[in-house]
Design a protein around this ligand. Sequence first.
Ligand code: COA
Length: 151
Amino acid sequence: MLPPRSVILDKFQKQYRVVPSDDNPDNFNRFNILLDGVPIGHVNYHFEGSEVLYIDDLHIRHDAMLFPFFWWDWIVIKIYLPSLKWPTHNFQGRGIGTAMLDLMAHHARSRSAKRIVGQISSHDLKDNPDLPNWYRRRGFTVEGNRISRSL
Ligand SMILES: CC(C)(COP(=O)(O)OP(=O)(O)OC[C@H]1O[C@@H](n2cnc3c(N)ncnc32)[C@H](O)[C@@H]1OP(=O)(O)O)[C@@H](O)C(=O)NCCC(=O)NCCS
């Protein structure tokens, strides 16, 4: 496990905390990416044997709501003002996904793993056809829907 509070920077040098989630079954893990306590993305992963870190899901939110109040206040506001829309923030394209891959590589090395692997789902590929190239630009090989990077 990482220390409970790691920090990553986006390309504007803004800081995000990366916090392991401890409510998962043993070998399935999650890092939540938080800005001022608000989740703006996550990585789900597990280790396969001693050599491979498998990324199950990497997601940076494009619709994060940064509330200046508690989320349950929002339920009350929606009851009285159902048509009110709170502005959402897009955290994609700021280098956070790249920083998380670096952090995952660091984490894998610290556990003596030799490779990071994962799969690109057809759903994600449909939304972002450039995804295979996004991984290639970050040192991964892409074969079919499988991604892999040696450490
Ligand atoms: C794919 C994903 C993880 C990338 O994370 P990210 O933080 O947006 O990625 P980065 O900011 O590090 O890099 C973004 C790249 O896309 C480009 N980009 C441009 N506009 C962008 C936009 N509006 N949104 C996202 N990327 C954009 C950037 O120029 C950069 O290109 P580069 O490879 O030439 O540097 C993220 O977009 C995401 O969660 N998408 C939805 C879920 C998904 O597809 N997950 C992947 C599972 S395999």
